[in-house]
Design a protein around this ligand. Sequence first.
Ligand SMILES: Nc1ncnc2c1ncn2[C@@H]1O[C@H](COP(=O)(O)OP(=O)(O)O)[C@@H](O)[C@H]1O
Ligand SMILES: [Mg+2]
Length: 377
Amino acid sequence: MTVTKEQVLAALARVPSPGGTALPDARVLSDVVVSDGKVFFSLTVDAATVKAWEPVREAAEKAVRSIPGVQSALVALTAERSPGSPASGSRPASAPQARQAAHPADKVQPGIPGVDAVVAVASGKGGVGKSTTAVNLALGLRDLGMKVGMLDADIYGPSLPKLLAIKEKPETIGGTRLKPIQRYGLTVMSIGFLIDEETPMIWRGPMVMSAITQMLREVEWGKLDIMVVDMPPGTGDAQLTMAQQVPLKGAVIVSTPQDLALIDARRGVSMFKRVNVPVLGVVENMSYFLCPSCGTRSDIFAHGGARHEAERLGVPFLGEVPLHMTIREKSDAGLPVVATAPDSEHARIYRDIASKVLAQLKGGAGGKAAPKIVIEA
Ligand SMILES: Nc1ncnc2c1ncn2[C@@H]1O[C@H](COP(=O)(O)OP(=O)(O)O)[C@@H](O)[C@H]1O
Ligand SMILES: [Mg+2]
C-alpha cells in the first residue's frame, strides 16, 4: 500500500496548532517526505513557543502513524528565533537584552545537569581524522583522571559506534530517558543510535536540532567532568546552529597540514569565535608519515602548516599526530590506541594533547593566556 503526501496532509488537517488553525495552514510545515511507508517532516516554530508546540508535534506523529500503510513517522520540531525575540528563556529581561538578542554570539544555553564542561571537536571538512582525534582525546582526558562522556553529533557520518565497537542500542529508562553506553570508561551516546542510516541526508538537517536536544537533555549522562562532542564537519549553517545550541566551553579544531584543509580550519576558528566559543586549540592530524616498517619519518603534506596557522590566528597549538597505519587499523577496528596501546608513542601524543586541553579548560597553564570562557555551561 503506497502512502501519499496528500493522505498525510489530510491527516494533519485534523491536528490543530496552538493558535487553533489546522496544522497545514499554520505556516510551520516543511515539505512532507514519504518514502517506503516512512514519513518525515518538520515544524519550524518560534523558539519562544516551542513548549506549546510539543504536544502538537506528538499529535501530528500520532495522526500520521494511524494512516494505513505508514510504518513510521518522524516529526521534528525546529526552533527558529524570531528577530527581536529573547535569545534564551534563561536570561532575565533586562535592558541589554535587545542588543544581545540581535547578536547571535550572545546566545547562552543552559548547561547539562551533572556535566561540568562540554568541548567540541570540529573540523573544516570531513575525513581529516576528527572522530579518531575526538575518541583518543576523550581517552587521554580519562587517563588524566577525568570522568569523560562522548557525544557523537556528526549527522553526516556518525562514527562512534564503529570507533568504539558499539553494537548495542541504548536502553530506555522509564520509557523516556536513554541510558548511554559505557565503553573504555567513557559514557557514550551517538546520533547513529537515533537517526536511521536510511534517513535521507536533506532530512537529517531539520531533524538534527531535536535529536541533539534529545541527546543532551534526555540521556542519563550522570556526573561528568568533560563531555567531548564529535561535531559534524564543516562550517555551514548546520554546524553554526549546533555550535549555538550545545552549551560549549570550548572547541578543538582538527586539521591536516595541507593548505586547503587549513583554509577550512580557519573558517572553523572564525565560526566558533563568532558564537563566542573559545578555541582551545588546533591539532595537526596526519602531520607527518611514520613508516610502519622502518620508522622513518617523512613530511608528505608539508608538516607544520597547522602550527603556523594556529600562531597566525592567535589560538593555541595542541600537537601533531603522525599518519600511521597502527592508528588507522586500531581506530577502524574499534580499538583506539590510547585505550589499547597505552604505552605507545601515539598514546603519549594524544595524552599530551589532552593535558593541554585540560589546562586550557582549567583556565591557564601552558604559556599562552587561556581564552576567557564566555559561554557558561
Ligand atoms: N593519524 C592517523 N593516522 C592514520 N590514519 C588515520 C589517522 N587519523 C585518522 N585516520 C584514519 O582516517 C580515516 C578518517 O578518520 P576519521 O577520524 O573517521 O575522520 P573524520 O571524523 O574527520 O571524518 C579513518 O579511516 C581513520 O582511521
Ligand atoms: Mg567522523
